[in-house]
Design a binder for this molecule. Structure first.
Ligand SMILES: [Zn+2]
Length: 108
């Protein structure tokens, strides 16, 4: 098990969810740790309960980084980012469903 990403804000926690679904689509087993801890207010010091994305198999780690960084830094992303018509959240173009509210792209 290796930690791939750690979220320090609510926004980045959304990105963790996106990365997790991308990795799962690529067949890489992964999980988000600390998610539950954050729901228990005050149970742990705030700085210790940031959600983290963990890769189950160390052998998948390099590929996971490739997928995540490829998504983050792709200079010629064929899918422009779109803002959700429902909650106005900005979503990356390859995702057709709003990570924030689950609304379909183009749905009103
Ligand atoms: Zn939305």
């Amino acid at each position: 098990m290796k930690c791939l990403l750690s979220a320090s804000t609510v926004t980045e926690e959304g990105i963790l969810q996106l990365c997790k679904s991308m990795l799962e689509e690529a067949g890489i087993p992964c999980m988000i740790q600390n998610e539950e801890l954050c729901d228990i207010k005050g149970a742990v010091p705030f700085t210790e309960c940031f959600p983290e994305l963990w890769i189950s198999e160390d052998g998948d780690f390099a590929k996971a980084i490739e997928i995540v960084s490829g998504w983050e830094h792709s200079p010629d992303n064929p899918h422009p980012a779109w803002s959700c018509p429902h909650c106005e959240e900005l979503n990356e173009g390859q995702f057709t469903t709003c990570w924030n509210c689950g609304n379909e792209q183009g749905e009103t």
